[in-house]
Ligand binder design. Structure first.
Ligand SMILES: NC(=O)c1ccc[n+]([C@@H]2O[C@H](COP(=O)([O-])OP(=O)(O)OC[C@H]3O[C@@H](n4cnc5c(N)ncnc54)[C@H](OP(=O)(O)O)[C@@H]3O)[C@@H](O)[C@H]2O)c1
Length: 263
């Protein structure tokens, strides 16, 4: 299938490693012009080199941006548009909120998480939309979590904020459908990245179990019997964000090896 992404301008935030990097790599394989962004310029440069080596595609550009900072997000979008003329595809992603239960969370943690995981999506989308409207076409995919479908133990902040991003996705899809701007959210279940290792380590610490024990228990919850790979996750994101997708919008897709039981 031709995903119709050749030379399309794609911005992937939170893309120096993990899911964002895997998504950016797949866009590069499809011939898109890919802008990758995260807080660390050094990590971004390493990711860029790795993507070029893997894909032999050189249209990869690096722009540092902390997605919890409103001014940096505006500048990020302006820089992409100044360089590439427009943005066809926006992938909203950033680091996850801290693990913990309700009484662990201070106002400071809540506010930082709202900035990083909810307002980041609002702000990036707000700045990108006028460019998509100008060309009457665009695709936005918000990377969230399986917590949009079923709450996850010890992740109260994710359980609270991620469903908000799905609500935003639904409303944006309806408001901008007549301008051919399609908006979806993809929620990872348990995908093998640094973030997943940190979460398993955190569970090991709080329960007093060994890492191996915690990992084995996590795998038992996944009917496919293993963690997903970032590449498997990226396949779902890139299809929904492609111009081969012409009718799926306002949806959530959970990539979880059948672990979520909620309908
Ligand atoms: N992996 C999973 O199974 C899983 C499950 C559920 C939800 N998720 C969510 O999916 C997202 C990606 O997960 P991941 O596993 O790829 O995580 P990861 O391996 O920790 O990577 C996070 C990426 O986001 C960047 N980042 C962190 N904070 C940022 C910020 N404030 N502004 C801009 N970039 C930022 C990091 O780069 P810098 O350090 O350079 O900024 C890095 O590139 C996270 O929100 C995570 O909570 C993942």
């Amino acid at each position: 299938m031709d995903l119709l992404l050749q030379q399309k301008v794609v911005l992937v935030t939170g893309a120096s490693q993990g899911l964002g990097k895997a998504v950016a790599t797949l866009f590069a394989k499809e011939g898109a012009t890919v802008f990758i962004s995260s807080r660390s310029k050094e990590k971004l440069e390493q990711a860029k080199q790795a993507i070029i080596e893997e894909t032999n595609h050189h249209e990869i550009y690096v722009i540092p941006c902390d997605m919890s900072d409103a001014a940096q997000i505006e500048q990020l979008v302006d820089t992409v548009v100044n360089q590439a003329g427009t943005i066809d595809v926006l992938i909203n992603n950033a680091g996850g909120p801290p693990a913990g239960k309700f009484l662990d969370m201070t106002d400071d943690i809540w506010m930082k998480s709202v900035e990083q995981n909810l307002l980041s999506v609002v702000r990036a989308t707000r700045h990108v939309l006028p460019h998509m409207q100008k060309q009457q076409a665009g695709r936005i995919v918000n990377i969230t979590s399986s917590s949009i479908k079923q709450s996850i133990d010890n992740l109260i902040v994710s359980n609270t904020l991620r469903p908000g991003v799905y609500g935003l996705t639904k409303s944006l899809a309806q408001e901008f459908a007549d301008e051919n701007i399609l908006v979806n959210t993809v929620g990872p279940g348990k995908i093998g990245t640094d973030r997943m290792t940190q979460l398993l380590e955190n569970t090991a610490e709080t329960t007093g179990k060994s890492f191996a024990e915690v990992e084995a228990e996590a795998l038992k919850e996944i009917p496919l019997g293993r963690l997903g790979t970032p590449e498997e996750f990226a396949t779902a994101v890139v299809f929904l964000a492609s111009f081969a997708n012409t009718y799926i919008t306002g949806q959530q897709l959970i990539v979880d090896g059948a672990s979520i039981k909620a309908l």
